[in-house]
Design a protein around this ligand. Structure first.
Ligand code: ATP
Ligand code: MG
Length: 457
């Protein structure tokens, strides 16, 4: 019986399917693009499963002058590039000798693709679609999608043992799609969590990041905390002497992650904030390093956590120094404020501090003043013209000027800056970042002692 479902597909992906069929091979859309279309989400990549061997697919599209990406060839996959869209094309993988790959009738095609579907991870991902044949859905994926359920194809324990990445994919799909795991799948996720250690760290990170930047992953993170604990040891930082603490911490973390803007750096910071506090400095950095996170992500998340640590009330000088210590980027401070607010709940001290910081940040944003070297009214050339010897001293003088200007010690104006530079009264510190961080620290200590103290360089 033919299914009459119609799914909109990208014309470039359709052209790939047609070209393969024109050679007498069978081909279906499979995986995420079918799932997402049934959910009503935009598809972001298109996968085709086909009877054609990868070499044949390559030959078909090279003959059309198309670029073919062979990186996945050893798994039977090639990427066909059509006007900027990569269409991933994979030979049916059938775990029996049933298929000869070349039976040009509908029934054989359906048999072939349904065997390929059986090796896929979840029923919702094991649906094939063909523009004339409609859906091939041997595992009831469509009704799972309608019910919002993530269900392993076959025995969940066995499928997770076969490939533990599926555990993280299950968690990620729950977060991303707002689905829940079917009972057996949920139990298997928790029981098999230890197997995640066998997966390459890069793949772990990618799934964890997708989970974290989902709209509201908090509930899923709390439910599958033992899975997160496998990829971030100490996430649950168990302390037997404080029964109940762990639940409270987890609840706080889940809430903070949901409340933080959906960007990787800040969401990782929200995820790790409690652990960092309990397990001591460096725990978050170590966790991210172990996951082989890119340097930029590690630095952002850890800089946010470090800045959180500097307990002091909000004031414009602190906000300016914080921005200056991070390349003059008020965006960093904006993230910090968002994180601070996310970590508190309405009315508590952390939240109130966040709200106060927000007010001061808004004020600073209206009139930020100079926050990085290039914001200064003079440049290195001006200093050299005024008689300074070229060399590293020029840059550090600019940093020192910036530093004084931020504190209101000099106007950001040519004559005043040049005068100040030549006066010999500038703080002599080579690295700008250290300079700002040092002063930031001193500023915070002073603030704690007496409010409203003015520091001069
Ligand atoms: P998205 O692309 O939105 O992340 P997806 O489901 O399309 O989700 P892909 O990694 O693009 O994920 O994989 C495409 C399809 O390949 C999946 O829908 C699924 O059918 C199959 N698949 C991917 N990874 C696995 C796996 N580890 N085990 C079994 N099947 C998998
Ligand atoms: Mg995909």
């Amino acid at each position: 019986m033919k299914d009459t479902t119609h799914i909109p597909v990208d014309p470039r992906a359709l052209a790939v399917l047609r070209a393969i069929e024109a050679e007498g091979e069978s081909a279906w859309f499979v995986g995420g693009c079918v799932r997402d279309a049934l959910i009503g989400r935009p598809a972001h990549d298109f996968d085709i499963a086909t009877s054609a061997r990868w070499q044949r697919v390559r030959a078909i599209f090279q003959a059309q002058g198309r670029h073919v990406i062979e990186a996945g060839a050893k798994h039977g996959s090639v990427g066909v590039v059509v006007d900027g869209l990569v269409v991933e094309t994979t030979t049916y993988r059938v775990e029996s000798s049933y298929s000869d790959g070349r039976r040009p009738d509908d029934v054989a095609f359906v048999d072939e693709v349904s065997l390929d579907l059986a090796r896929r991870d979840f029923c919702m991902n094991a649906i094939a679609y063909h523009p004339e044949r409609g859906l091939c859905d041997p595992f009831g994926g469509r009704s799972d999608i309608e019910a919002g359920v993530v269900r392993a194809v076959g025995d969940a324990r066995a499928r997770f043992e076969e490939d533990p990445l599926r555990i993280l994919r299950a968690v990620r799909f729950c977060a991303q799609l707002g689905f829940v795991a079917a009972e057996g799948t949920r139990d298997a996720i928790l029981e098999s969590a230890g197997d995640i250690r066998r997966i390459a760290k890069e793949r772990v990170l990618s799934e964890l990041e997708k989970t974290l930047v989902a709209p509201a992953p908090g509930t899923v993170i709390a439910q599958y905390a033992p899975v997160i604990d496998e990829v971030i040891p100490d996430f649950l930082h168990e302390d037997a002497s404080r029964v109940g603490e762990q639940d409270a911490s987890l609840e706080r973390t889940a809430r903070a992650v949901d409340a933080a803007p959906a960007q990787a750096g800040i969401r990782f910071a929200a995820l790790l904030a409690d652990m960092e506090k309990t397990c001591g400095n460096g725990a978050a950095r170590n966790a991210l390093r172990t996951l082989k996170a890119p340097r930029k992500l590690i630095d952002r998340a850890c800089a946010l956590l470090d800045a959180l640590d500097e307990k002091a009330s909000a004031c414009p000088l602190r906000i300016r120094l914080l921005a200056a210590a991070h390349g003059g980027d008020l965006g960093f401070v904006r993230e910090l404020v968002a994180l601070q607010r996310a970590l508190g709940s309405a009315g508590d001290a952390a939240n109130e501090e966040g709200v106060r910081m927000q007010g001061v940040l808004d004020e600073v944003e209206r009139d930020p003043g100079p926050l990085k070297r290039s914001d200064l009214a003079i440049g290195g050339g001006d200093l050299i013209k005024a008689g300074m010897a070229p060399g590293p001293g020029v840059a550090s003088t600019l940093d020192a000027l910036l530093f004084v200007a931020i504190q209101g010690g000099v106007d950001n104006e040519r004559t005043a800056l040049l005068e100040c530079a030549m006066s010999g009264n500038l703080p002599r510190e080579p690295a700008a970042e250290n300079l700002f961080k040092k002063v930031l620290k001193r500023e915070l200590t002073n603030q704690a002692k007496h409010r409203n103290i003015q520091i001069r360089a």
